[in-house]
Design a protein around this ligand. Sequence first.
Ligand SMILES: Nc1ncnc2c1ncn2[C@@H]1O[C@H](COP(=O)(O)OP(=O)(O)OP(=O)(O)O)[C@@H](O)[C@H]1O
Ligand SMILES: CC(C)(CO)[C@@H](O)C(=O)[O-]
Ligand code: BAL
Length: 286
Amino acid sequence: MQTVNHLEMLRNTVSELREGGKTIALVPTMGALHEGHLTLMREAAKLADHVAVSIFVNPTQFGPGEDLDAYPRQLAEDSAMLESEGVALLWAPSVQEMYPAGFASNITVSGVSSGFCGADRPGHFDGVATVVCKLFHQVLPDIACFGEKDWQQLAVIRQIARDLDLTRPFASDIIGVPTVREPDGLAMSSRNRYLDEESRAAAATLPREMREAIARIEDGQHVGRTLAALEDALLGAGFSSVDYADLGDADSLELLEKLGDRKGRLLVAARIGGTRLIDNMPVGAR
Ligand SMILES: Nc1ncnc2c1ncn2[C@@H]1O[C@H](COP(=O)(O)OP(=O)(O)OP(=O)(O)O)[C@@H](O)[C@H]1O
Ligand SMILES: CC(C)(CO)[C@@H](O)C(=O)[O-]
Ligand code: BAL
């Protein structure tokens, strides 16, 4: 694996990897790798000749008071995991390399980025869209893989890929990979490591109650009342607050009060032991 920290070297390495018409799949991450990330890499490896992974804790997607400083950074450990996955290229730029002095651009996506996490974390998806756009221009991948765990992020990235002509041939090259879960159902996330034993045990209530709520909605029960009951169940199980628990159209993320024949998605963000967890699941898929 080649580890690259500077743009000029990245360009040379990408050209070398491309020799003979070889293709590249990019997996953007913020590091602190877990099995969810490795699953993205294994999917990427099926779809291209080489897998490139970026590790960059992107300051512009963190709001004031969020966990930018506390976010786990473990490049040596991550690097060893990538080596054993057969990753060809690790792109690990510094903040200075990504945002040199005088950097002044920003990509704002309307529509899909406005509710859910977009409402709770103002500017978050601007930061994500801007850095992902830069990563695409830097690595020039043929495809890129993202996790469905961050469903709204995936929708935002599909939108910029389409709008800004980021991939060949357009957004079909953005691959969404289903959420990888712990045995008790909790979605894997780098932030799970913030949880103490008690909060970690209670966190599994989130996917369990989501599945219950989905079954009720699919059985025709009132959406608003079912979601209110879901919030109560989470608060009763030890969550300190629920940022949102809403049913959205799976693609546009428009809020749905009734499922009808729409393909829906239940999206939840809730806090436990000081940690904000997110999850989402399909509704109306059965
Ligand atoms: N459990 C998971 N299943 C599938 N993909 C995942 C999972 N967790 C993360 N990903 C994907 O990995 C990529 C990198 O995510 P990131 O490095 O932010 O990890 P994370 O575990 O989501 O961290 P965080 O705790 O910050 O949410 C994203 O495309 C994300 O959706
Ligand atoms: C896509 C991403 C790497 C952009 O910083 C980040 O939001 C993430 O890890 O999900
Ligand atoms: N995986 C999403 C990145 C973030 O929460 O900032």
